[in-house]
Ligand binder design. Structure first.
Ligand SMILES: Nc1ncnc2c1ncn2[C@@H]1O[C@H](COP(=O)(O)OP(=O)(O)O)[C@@H](O)[C@H]1O
Ligand SMILES: [Mg+2]
Length: 217
């Protein structure tokens, strides 16, 4: 069963045609990478799937139903987008990890967050660390675990390993693998050879179009 069906998806901004009739589907539990030159439309595609942008043509089906039929907040919890340059807010790591509980009216589970911190190799003492003291790799890891406190059905990752040191990159890759093993469907934009190897297939995007026959390896 397809968890996502992208049908003839187009996106235009002003006079600029950014995506042109992109069609593909993603099976439940699949791990797909998206690669291709800068400016090819990869981030735009993920943002459309995340419902952060509205298509100007075509449609996206999620679990067989038009994306537009879902209430947007609920949809974004089920299809979660992790930004290329993550923004952390508040003052501490705790503030950021409390947020997913707050918006769901749930009690903060420090145990759950401690487990996730351990999983990305950050000390538990980081909970009360000011975010201004975090390195780039540490920020990216905090942003990721913030997305994973409540597992989405589909995780959209946009160049999350770019600019990370080898150690942070390895940890993030391990985390993504772990999340995939828990049954989460993953779409990951990346140029990193190891990320592409880890995925079960690679889509190539260029000039706002999907390169023909690019699925699989
Ligand atoms: N909101 C926008 N308005 C106009 N042009 C945009 C907008 N967003 C992206 N673009 C343009 O669309 C093209 C694809 O961008 P993007 O999806 O970010 O590509 P990629 O992630 O593959 O580098 C680029 O030429 C970019 O400049
Ligand atoms: Mg991009």
């Amino acid at each position: 069963m397809s968890v996502l069906e992208v049908q003839q998806l187009s996106y235009q901004s002003g006079a600029e045609q950014i995506l042109t009739r992109v069609t593909f589907s993603v099976s439940k539990g699949e791990y797909l990478a998206i690669s291709g030159p800068s400016g090819g439309g990869k981030s735009t595609l993920l943002k459309l799937i995340a419902s952060l942008l509205t298509p100007t043509g075509g449609k996206i089906l999620f679990n067989g139903k038009d994306q537009k039929a879902y209430p947007v907040t609920g949809y974004r919890r089920r299809v979660s987008y992790c930004f290329q340059q993550p923004t952390l807010f508040g003052e501490t790591v705790r503030n950021n990890t409390e947020f997913p509980f707050t918006i769901r009216n749930e009690v903060f589970s420090e145990d759950k967050v401690r487990d996730l911190l351990r999983l990305v190799d950050l000390p538990v003492s980081f909970l009360d660390k000011p975010i201004i003291e975090l390195s780039g790799g540490e920020r990216q890891r905090v942003a990721l675990i913030r997305n994973l406190i409540f597992l989405p059905e589909v995780l959209l990752l946009d160049e999350v390993t770019v600019g990370l040191d080898e150690e942070s990159k390895r940890i993030v890759q391990q985390l993504v693998k772990n999340v995939h093993q828990q049954g989460v469907t993953i779409l990951q934009v990346s140029h990193d050879e190891e990320d592409l190897q880890q995925a079960g297939g690679v889509l190539k995007m260029e000039g706002g179009r999907l390169a023909h026959g690019a699925i699989g390896r």
